[in-house]
Structures are given as C-alpha cells and as structure tokens.
Ligand binder design. Sequence first.
Ligand code: CIR
Length: 254
Amino acid sequence: MIAWTREVPSSIASCELTHLERVPIDATKARAQHARYESALTDAGMEVRRLAPLDEHPDAVFVEDTAVVLDELAIITRPGATSRRGELASVTEVLARYRKLGFIREPATIDGGDVLVIEKDIFIGLTPRTNKEGIGQFASMVEPHGYRVHATTVTGCLHLKSAVTRAGPDTLLMNPDWVSQVRLAGWNLVFVDPREASAANVLWTGKVTIMAEEYPGTAERLLRAGDVELVGVPAGELAKAEGGVTCCSLLMRE
Ligand code: CIR
C-alpha cells in the first residue's frame, strides 16, 4: 500500500475554517506531529510518498480532500472551498500514473473528506463542501464498478468523516450527534465519548487504527469493542485547522 502525504505548508495558519475560531497554529509543531503520523503509517506497513510541497496553499496538507482512490479508478474531486482547487493539479499528475481518472465537474463539488468507502458501499456526506450534483457525478463513475453510493445527511461538523469512520475490520466509530444514517448490517458501531466530539476521525490502515492521542475516552471505548489495535499520534496542531488523521493521506494499493 502507498500512503500519499504532503508536508505542512508554512501558510497553514491561513487555512479554511468552518466550525472553529481561528487560533494561532505553530507550523513547526504541526510538522513534527505530521512526521509522527507519517512514521505511524510506515510502521503500519505503508510506503509513504510525499506529493510536491504547495507552500502557498494553506490546506494542502489535507490531501484526502482532493481525490478518492479506488482499486479500479481514482476520482479527482472539486473541493467545495474555491481556495483549495489549486491543490488538484499535482494530485492529478501523480495519480494518473497509477489509475484511470474520473473528474468531478462544475457545478458539482465534493471534498474527499465526505467520502467514506467501506468495501463496495460508499457513503457520501451532503455538506457545504459536497453537493447533490457531486454525489450524482461520483455515483455515475463508480456504480459501473459495482459500488453502491449512499447520500448521507451530516449536521454540525465539516465532513462526513469528521462524524464517522471505519475503525477496524468490522467496526464503525461515530458521533451520533452529527450523523445517523451510516449503518452496515453485522458491523460493530461504537460511539465517541460525548466529551470528545471530534474523536470519530480515525484511520484504519487494514492492520492497525491510527488515532489522535487527544481522545483517551474514545480510545478506551474502541478497545473495549474488541477487534481494534490502536496507534496514537499527536494531532492537536492540525486539529486547529479542522484536520484529522484521515485528511492527511490518500491510501492506495499500488
Ligand atoms: C478545510 O477547511 O478545508 C481544512 N481547513 C480542513 C480540511 C480537513 N479535511 C478533511 O477532514 N478531510
């Protein structure tokens, strides 16, 4: 597996913000935490490859939003925030070497953070970043490959994957205040600790689950659920930019 990442830009403090107040972000500290995240990916058996730096794009570290990579094709998104569209060219150029590409076109928008792929089921959040046209275009590209697309209501957070992610072989982690429609028969459903609203964003690597270490109550709940091996990483600095652990990589089979 390859994990594509991109270094934290020095302009990170000018990032897009939707639900958080702007507070100073220490780019040096964010880079150190990001390096720990990359090490966790390497330890999980991924080959970490960095996309070219985009220092003038404050949110460029959040590569997840720019593409969705499936085994059969990669879809280049059209981020809902216009400030982020300049991040697409470099991702397009790199992914074209590995996959047939599909493109989301105007007036459609999609952020990759709204796309939760669980085997052949793809849940897509309807949010200020992702519209109905985006979901429709996405579905028309993936349904021929046997995927089922489920449009999903999200309230109170930035992206669908702020509210729910896959946390293990058959476990979903969810904040039920932000999403309710993601259900899969036979799967464990674990709710975040109510004191840790943003804890649902974890990254299952196929082996271990990478999680921000700022959420011990939710970690304990996941461990009690049984089938999850957690790897904690410090992620507090990028959390000030409304980013979590899924946002900082694009995982794909080579
Ligand atoms: C943004 O608002 O676009 C960035 N500041 C945060 C993006 C986080 N990405 C993600 O959850 N997939």
